[in-house]
Write a new protein. Sequence first.
Length: 314
Amino acid sequence: MTNTKLLEQFRSFYFKNYPDDMETQISYFAVFGGLDWEVDTTKPIAELLQVLVLDNFEAIDAQMRELTLNNTLNRKLLKALATGDRRIFSAFNKAGLNNVNGGIALNFLQEKGFIQLEYSREEHPRNKYPNTKLKREDARHRISHKVLFTYPFIRFWFYFIVPHIKEIEAKEYDAFFKDFEMRHNSYTSLVYEELSEVLLNYHLRDSHILSSGSYWDAKIEIDILTLTQNGNIYVGECKWTNHIINKKELHKIYDKCQKLGIEPTQIVLFSKRGFSKELTQLSGVKLALYSSDDFTALVKKRSADYTQCLISLL
């Protein structure tokens, strides 16, 4: 289903700042999305981080602490969710929480609107093979739901700022900027994946979508798996990297589909920098290719007001 709140934030960011292109829009939105700030997207992100975030660190940090009630468990869980694989149980372990205090923190973050659950569509081996004696590892397997951050900036804060908070408090920024430069692309990948699903569902808006989102189980992860009422299956993979995508990626997806036991109606690839000539020649009914420019479709219409979807800081 279309993530309406993310789409509205994406549009709000665009119409407030008017970036030159969609690659810039996505890259800057992944950091500053969800904020009612004017962002000069002609300037490097590192420069903006210094002026908008680090120079105002104390004020923003105070408001972030207020939003989380300055509760250690809430902050630990947000950091674990931001920097980990988004699975709830692994985040509890990473944050040193158990199912009780972790559950309390998770419920608080949901109620405050900072996160939303992405429910697993994996079928437990016990239900899939009810009359079969399972291996111990299969019998003990726990299906874990994942979490998505409602506002990109909150995820950015707990992904990049909080791990370096002691240094930043001391106004020592080198480690933070080095970390940001090294991991900015991988960080942006999740927001790109979420926006890619929004774009796919936009193009499927005349279909009745039964289920949409990422898919994961113990062995397979797929960025986007969308099912429609007429039985169509759309399998998508998203690559926010600085090189074009080639045919090898297509083979990897077909391999995943085979292991999962599904026959895709269409493979959908999303790429920051486009596709190889060989892959482009294969595009058609069975293969759809989307590059950064195609995200312009999401900002064609301007709504009167998106401020209800933004958080106020500063």
